[in-house]
Design a protein around this ligand. Structure first.
Ligand code: BYC
Length: 317
């Protein structure tokens, strides 16, 4: 009886915190569903950052100049940093990082669909910066106001860095568009391959998004998948015009009544296939991640041995 009264009070306090638009912090009481949803989303996000190093990382040894190589190295390292902030945010909810990695490797947790496509040309590096980081920013800026404090704070830093990534991608494409016909064709061909997968990053349409309604109530998410997808299309079309490329969508046109662009439907069957682990590069991405994890075992062993020794010394004092 007493405990259920106490539980009700905790619940009301949690609801008041959410409706006053304050932040829930790790030591605060929270419903189990809220904790689980956050761990699911933050882990998926962290895995995406880490797996997301691979498609661009594949071009590090083939960058066309020292300058491009230095820029790309810095970007890929930034993504590793984002993964680390996010795993740390998940740990504040009681998740164990080793366990999250196991779940990624055996397919119990997902990572973003976008990283299951191969990078075939150097133009892909620019297009990923422009469209993939662009979509990530569109999705993540509202997450800076997410109700869970550590996630919201991690997002502020991530978004600053992603904006820089988007600029470098766009600048690379601008340079290529000012080059030869072959370079311009390479950019257009890359845009044609990445446009639809970029739209899929926002998740399934709202009427097929099982988690959105509850996540919006808890203010983990601030906008629905379709709202953010629309925002991204509206933002990207003028950028494509300025660049001199087109998007591969015959239904894309300005709708003056809505004050937004109408656009076609992404291939949701392809999306479901990709998130089920059947994307063109899915097997390779997980195999590389597994190999990196296994090759890093000695580092983890050394680090934990050092931590154990340090704490034994501390206790002996
Ligand atoms: N890919 O009910 P829904 C980046 C799953 S990369 C794979 O709408 P929710 C970057 C979803 O998890 C971007 N799976 O879900 C890095 C759920 O399955 P489970 C990473 C997807 O969570 C390097 C099911 O489909 N960003 O930053 O309400 C270089 C039903 O979906 C996807 C984030 O993760 C997808 N695209 O909404 C450059 C942002 N979409 O978990 C860039 C944070 C949906 O029930 N995450 N699913 O098995 C979010 O905002 C939300 O989790 C989503 C999905 C909008 C992605």
């Amino acid at each position: 009886m007493t405990s259920s009264i106490a539980e009700n009070e905790l619940h009301s306090h949690f609801e008041e915190t959410i409706s006053a638009d304050l932040r829930v912090e790790p030591r605060d009481w929270m419903p189990e569903g809220y904790r689980k949803t956050l761990i699911r989303q933050i882990a998926q996000h962290a895995h995406s950052e880490i797996i997301g190093m691979q498609p661009e990382g594949a071009w590090l040894t083939r960058a066309p100049s020292l300058r491009r190589k230095a820029i790309l190295t810095a970007k890929v390292q930034d993504e590793a940093g984002h993964g680390l902030y996010l795993y740390s945010a998940a740990e504040t909810l009681g998740a164990d990082r080793g366990d999250l990695t196991d779940k990624l490797l055996d397919g119990r947790q997902k990572y973003s669909s976008i990283f299951n496509y191969p990078t075939l040309t150097f133009a892909d590096v620019g297009v990923i910066g422009w469209l993939v980081d662009g979509a990530a920013i569109c999705n993540q800026v509202p997450l800076c106001r997410s109700s869970f404090g550590p996630y919201a704070r991690a997002m502020i830093r991530v978004c600053k860095e992603e904006s820089f990534h988007q600029r470098q991608g766009y600048e690379l494409l601008m340079t290529m568009m000012g080059g030869t016909d072959a370079q311009r064709e390479m950019v257009q061909e890359s845009v044609n391959r990445w446009w639809w997968p970029a739209l899929m990053m926002f998740g399934p349409p709202d009427d097929r998004s099982p988690n959105s309604a509850q996540s919006m109530k808890w203010r983990i998410k601030r906008h629905t998948n379709d709202e953010l997808r629309q925002r991204f299309v509206d933002m990207s079309v003028p950028q494509a015009d300025a660049l001199g490329v087109t998007f591969p969508d015959p239904d894309l046109r300005w709708n003056a009544e809505r004050g937004s662009y109408d656009f076609g439907e992404p291939d949701w069957t392809e999306f479901m296939q990709v998130i089920a682990g059947n994307g063109a590069s899915s097997v390779e991405r997980i195999a590389n991640r597994r190999a990196a994890h296994e090759n890093g075992a000695w580092v983890r062993e050394a680090a934990t041995a050092f931590a154990r020794r340090a704490s034994t010394k501390e206790n002996a004092r």
